[in-house]
Design a protein around this ligand. Structure first.
Ligand code: SF4
Length: 384
């Protein structure tokens, strides 16, 4: 058995390793490493182990109230084992703190972890600044990622960027957007004037929300940003169906968009979520690789911060991050002790996906979080 991390987790005491060993023995599984998960009934953090069985990666977790449960977390253990993981602190991802600046949005995506509420008034800039200062971090090192719902619905977004930059001049500020409002060149110019560093656009397949006008505006937004010199760092796609993959890859490869990289993610059961089967990272990876073979494209694995939930690849030298999120049922938090970070739950800054899942419990399901983020998983890299 590998190092037991439970002693580092403030919530746990008296962990019974034997319970896990016996439970996995029944399947002839091989225990791998201890981790932390969430109980999908009472939402407490619970001790867990990963194990290998029949070339699959499984998670066994134990809740004192709801007992033991087993969950497959990767269909192909060999694939997981071969991911090239280079955990380097201070990569771009590790510096990012994603923070919400509005609850409002101008579209309704079939997958939305946030689930916007257009009745909620935006928090004024001075209150947001108070919050950022209360993080007590060395802010000059942090990359601010302003998210929503849709940040561009704030009329004062450029002022917010300017205020952050005035307070912490070397801080980078990026905006996560659906890109619709960047079809207005005045907004692109206002963002450039405010010294916004980049935008990350959630584009999706052309049929994703079935609204050609919205899609046209998103494409115009991307074009405007490139033409006018506002950096588009990433362009992202969430797939409702793997049948969208062909068009998505065609679009990425044919457009010559100078984004730093692209993201392709298959949906998962968080927030708003249409009924679709659970896929694993290896599923999307193999589909993409097969598509490249069938279409005469070069496919390469790239080293990086690859883990159970994302891996970097390149197709004809275009860099793509393939992503598959877990949900509350099968979260392996030890695998999420890395950036990007987010402050979505009320008890601190932690890994983005972990924060999205806890936010979903707290804000979407309106369930009081019964415990806090274990100290080990709090973002504290730049604590003062
Ligand atoms: S995913 Fe983003 S763009 Fe889509 S509804 Fe949610 S907040 Fe709006």
């Amino acid at each position: 058995m590998t190092e037991n991390i439970f002693f580092k987790i403030n919530q746990f005491s008296n962990i019974d390793d034997k319970l896990f060993e016996d439970s996995v023995k029944e399947f002839n599984g091989e225990l791998l490493y201890s981790t932390v998960s969430l109980c999908h009934h009472c939402h407490y953090h619970v001790p867990a182990y990963t194990y290998h069985y029949n070339n699959q990666l499984w998670l066994v977790k134990h809740c004192k109230t709801h007992g033991i449960s087993h969950h497959m977390i990767e269909r192909d253990y060999e694939f997981y084992k071969n991911l090239v993981y280079t955990p380097k602190k201070d990569t771009e991802q590790d510096l990012q703190v994603i923070t919400e600046v509005t609850d409002r949005c101008n579209i309704d995506c079939p997958h939305c972890y946030h689930i916007p509420d257009n009745e909620v008034r935006d928090t004024p800039i001075d209150k947001l600044m108070e919050k950022y200062k209360s993080w007590n971090l060395d802010m000059e090192k942090v990359i601010f990622v302003l998210a929503g719902a849709e940040p561009t619905l704030r009329k004062d977004l450029a002022d917010l960027v300017r205020t952050i930059k005035k307070e912490w001049p070397t801080t980078k500020v990026v905006v996560l957007t659906n890109g619709i409002r960047y079809s207005d060149r005045d907004l692109v110019q206002a963002s450039i004037d405010a010294k916004m560093d980049a935008i990350c656009v959630g584009l999706n397949h052309h049929s994703y929300i079935n609204n050609p006008t919205v899609r046209r505006k998103q494409l115009e937004g991307i074009k405007n940003a490139f033409e006018m010199g506002l950096t588009v760092e990433t362009i992202s796609y969430t797939m409702s169906s793997v049948s969208e993959l062909h068009d998505i890859l065609e679009e990425i490869l044919s457009n010559n968009w100078p984004a730093r990289f692209f993201r392709i993610r298959y949906g998962s059961d968080i927030g708003r979520y249409p009924d679709q089967e659970r896929l694993y990272l290896s599923d999307t990876y193999k589909l993409v690789k097969e598509w490249c073979i069938n279409n005469g494209k070069t496919f390469k694995d790239l080293p990086g911060d690859n883990n159970l939930y994302h891996t970097m690849v390149s197709i004809d030298d275009i860099v793509i991050r393939l992503i598959q999120w877990c949900d509350e049922t099968d979260i392996n938090i030890e695998e999420l002790d890395c950036g990007p970070y987010a402050d979505f739950s009320s008890d601190g800054i932690s890994n983005f996906l972990y924060s999205v899942i806890r936010r979903d419990i707290e804000k979407n399901q309106k369930i009081f979080l019964p415990d806090r983020i274990p100290e080990k998983y709090l973002f504290k890299q730049f604590s003062k």
